[in-house]
Design a protein around this ligand. Structure first.
Ligand code: FDA
Length: 369
């Protein structure tokens, strides 16, 4: 009956890298994926010659050369630099907050003028012990940046008013006193030329993958078929929610083909007012500098999450952390199951961290190979 060394639940970045590394070491591997495609949330789909980031904008960035070299063995990355802009009621500002932003907001020119202005704004409305996110944000950057670039966006993201959100959500806000719109500080960044799905085709080449198969539809059967099972799905679901449900925020994406070559002139535009219902619009061709007559855009809406809809951002507050810790204790004792990835660890992880973490597991599983 036993057929596989490893069954891997989930074909996202975590599961696919583990499958690749196990196969490389001669292991017999089966990947189960409940969606109709491989790649998890990194999946890109070609539409009108443009690679569409189906589950939201994904920009690979890292300062870890080992991770960068690792992903570059599967594809070539372009030189895309993430420089999102904010649209506040038709006014355009550069992000992250930098000299371009300050200059547009206040007409200041030098870093000294900008820091003086921010200090003036902060001290004007300073709250000694901020009780909510609004007070915290004003303490950090002052009223103008808060009102135009933080308030509406944050309220849409969390589905609650900033005055009702706890201050700890924003511990610090990066403020940069250079004319530099590069969002990330990392040494390496880019987008895979030809889309992310290409990476997954290579990772899973020659590996048996069953699409549209939910592990839980036949859990016992699959468990018996393998020496070990790597599970990358939601941890609470693995235990049938016995200790409680781990909460998330979710997203809704509206993809649209436009009969024009350039819709917004940038890959990512954040809508920072509260009235516009979506948080951002992506225009996918600008991730890869594609020249075509048409363009594909995606409106991203932040929505409440309930069991059954796609979980995106874990709500890592105290109540959820307590529940997670209980599941973690249980999962540490499982004799044949391994757990990893954003859902099984209930944590927001950027892609480079996922690569680091799964390679740690690979080293642990195959110490001498
Ligand atoms: P992922 O969710 O990708 O894969 C898990 C897979 O398991 C899924 O395919 C799922 O269908 C499958 N599965 C679950 N349960 C199953 C079951 N019972 N049976 C079978 N299959 C099952 N990072 C970054 O570095 N730069 C960026 O720009 C972004 N951008 C970004 C935008 C948005 C909107 C989000 C939400 C996240 C990002 N990220 C990011 C983070 C990035 O998406 C993340 O690091 C990876 O998707 C994590 O990969 P995993 O394999 O852990 O999960």
């Amino acid at each position: 009956m036993k057929k596989y060394d490893y069954i891997i639940v989930g074909s996202g970045l975590y599961g696919a890298i583990f499958a690749y590394e196990a196969k490389k070491r001669g292991k017999n591997v089966l990947v189960l994926e409940k969606r109709s495609h491989i790649g998890g949330n990194l999946y890109t789909k070609e539409v009108e010659g443009i690679n569409v980031h189906v589950y939201g904008a994904h920009i690979f960035h890292t300062s870890n050369k080992k991770v960068w070299d690792y992903v570059n063995q599967f594809t070539e990355f372009n030189n895309y630099v993430n420089s999102p802009i904010a649209n506040y009621k038709g006014e355009i500002y550069n992000l992250p907050f930098n000299m371009n932003t300050f200059s547009k907001l206040w007409g200041v020119i030098t870093p000294e003028e900008a820091s003086k202005k921010i200090e003036e704004q902060r001290s004007g409305m300073f709250t000694k012990e901020p009780k909510n996110l609004e007070e915290q944000a004003i303490n950090l950057v002052g009223i103008d940046i808060y009102e135009k670039l933080i308030k509406g966006y944050t309220e849409k993201q969390w589905g609650r008013k900033c005055t009702e959100l706890p201050p700890f959500i924003i511990k610090r806000l990066p403020v940069r006193f250079t004319y530099n719109n590069n969002y990330f500080n990392d040494r390496y960044q880019g987008i895979p030329i030809g889309g992310y799905t290409k990476i997954f085709n290579k990772l899973l080449d020659g590996i048996e993958v069953k699409l549209k198969v939910d592990y839980f539809s036949q859990k016992e059967y699959f468990d018996e078929m393998a020496d070990k099972v790597l599970y990358t799905g939601p941890l609470d679901q693995f235990y049938n929610y016995s200790e409680g449900v781990l909460e998330y925020r979710s997203l809704r994406f509206e993809h649209e083909i436009k009969d024009m070559s350039n819709f917004q002139g940038n890959a990512v535009v954040n809508y920072t007012d509260v009235e516009t219902p979506y948080t951002r619009i992506l225009e996918h061709k600008h991730f890869e500098m594609v020249e075509t007559n048409k363009t594909v855009i995606t409106k991203e809406y932040s929505i409440d999450w309930t069991l059954g809809i796609e979980p995106y951002y874990p709500i890592n507050d105290n109540a959820n952390q307590i529940i997670y810790d209980k599941y973690k204790k249980l999962s540490d004792k499982e004799p044949k199951h391994l757990f990893g990835g954003r859902l099984a660890e209930y944590k927001y992880y950027d892609m480079h961290i996922i690569v680091e973490r799964v390679l740690e597991l690979v080293n642990k599983e195959f110490p001498n190979e």
